[in-house]
Design a protein around this ligand. Structure first.
Ligand code: KIV
Length: 273
């Protein structure tokens, strides 16, 4: 059963959010009983093979979110507005957010940052009935300007800006705020100061919820486990081993077998000779 925003905001347990990018991803997340699904623009990295989220378009997000929604009709679904779709004015942001809601069936949109311009967008969207999840700390869409994909909020100015940004997002109407890659004690303080739930990734255990990129938790890619994630499966290795086993069977003529083949009557075949 899909949870409402007040239910999410008053959850006794930490909220669980995972990313999904397609129909099976939506199905698995819903069947596992997560509270929220994020169709993140991490799509660009983990599905589309870009080296950042910047090339992801509104069309990409809508295409993938529609598939996720078909797989998870009963789970609260948040869709990222990608880079450039809410930076050129409030009207553009409103138009793009409406497209996401109407064309994907999303329950909310997410956007990164807490500049005065972004806060104005958040205020306009929320006043017009579009729920917004904010996002502070490390913001992958503008990571280059933040000095790369690195932990944020460690010095005086960074910690103050992150706290103030989160508070301002709540005041602007955000129903929840993602805290990405900030020190755990700063995340705890922000979570205590905000009345809306914080959802952490690389922000310690004291957030009101946690989010992980599904490809990280499923181990789709080999390599070292990321500091901010935990790998609960090795699906990448399992997939490669399965495909290699299939290839070996085909080359050895061990697949398909009689069980995989269709039969026909002898007399129908005989007429072809
Ligand atoms: O795009 C994404 O997956 C995200 C999460 C990391 C929060 O924004």
């Amino acid at each position: 059963m899909k949870r409402s925003i007040p239910e999410l905001q008053h959850s006794a347990q930490p909220l669980v959010m995972v990313t999904a990018y397609d129909y099976p991803g939506g199905q698995h997340a819903q069947a596992a009983g997560v509270d929220l699904i994020l169709v993140g623009d991490s799509l660009g990295n983990v599905v589309l093979g870009y080296d950042s989220t910047a090339p992801v378009t509104l069309g990409d997000m809508i295409h993938h979110a529609r598939a996720v929604r078909r797989g998870a009709p009963d789970t609260f679904m948040v869709v990222d507005l990608p880079f450039g779709t809410y930076h050129t004015g409030v009207q553009d942001a409103m138009r793009n957010a409406v497209r996401v809601i109407q064309e994907t069936g999303a329950d909310a949109i997410k956007m990164e940052g807490a500049t005065p311009e972004i806060l104005q967008v958040v205020q306009t969207l929320t006043r017009n009935g579009i729920p917004v999840m904010g996002h502070v700390g490390l913001m992958p869409q503008t990571a280059t300007a933040q000095g790369g994909l690195r932990v944020q909020g460690k010095d005086d100015a960074g910690a103050r800006a992150t706290l103030d940004g989160a508070l301002a997002l709540e005041s602007a109407g955000a129903f929840s705020v993602v805290l990405e890659a900030i020190p755990a004690r700063l995340a705890k303080l922000i979570s205590e100061r905000l009345t809306v739930p914080t959802i952490g990734i690389g922000a310690g255990v004291n957030c009101d919820g946690q989010v992980l990129v599904t490809h990280d938790l499923l181990g789709i890619y080999e390599g070292e486990e990321k500091k901010i994630a935990r790998r609960y499966a090795e699906l990448g290795r399992a997939a490669r081993e399965a495909i290699a086993a299939y290839a070996a069977d085909v080359r050895a003529r061990e697949f398909p077998t009689r069980d995989n083949a269709f039969v026909m009557k002898d007399d129908v075949l005989d007429k072809l000779y």
